[in-house]
Design a protein around this ligand. Structure first.
Ligand SMILES: [Zn+2]
Length: 112
């Protein structure tokens, strides 16, 4: 099986990483990864792709009604946001004494 280089790079993303959306209607929006579904190749990013969802009435929310929640987007639509580069960047892996750490590929800043 051939693995696309880009997919492989993006799969280094983790929950709580700050990312920037690079395509679609939320392009340029930044947020924190709330959830990653690696099997489907999708992520949920704080404040991105928000849509209204009809909720059934529950004990906590007796009236039910519409709430706005984040829907998943393709993992390939986001890039890690590097504070130092001030832009979306690719993740590299640096190996030091058997421990691997994630770094910004552009400036080498440690991400973890
Ligand atoms: Zn950087």
């Amino acid at each position: 099986m051939k693995i696309d280089g880009e997919m492989k790079t993006n799969s280094k993303l983790k929950v709580n990483d700050n990312v920037i959306v690079i395509t679609g209607s939320d392009r340029g929006r930044k947020g924190k990864i709330l959830k990653i579904d690696r099997k489907k190749g999708r992520v949920i990013v704080e404040g991105v792709n928000k849509k209204n969802k009809n909720m059934r009435a529950t004990q906590e929310n007796p009236k039910g009604g519409k709430i706005s929640i984040e829907f998943p987007i393709a993992i390939s639509n986001v890039l890690l946001f590097c504070d130092k580069c001030k832009k979306g960047t690719r993740i590299g892996v640096q190996q030091k004494d058997k421990t691997k750490s994630r770094v910004c590929r552009a400036c080498g800043k440690s991400i973890d």
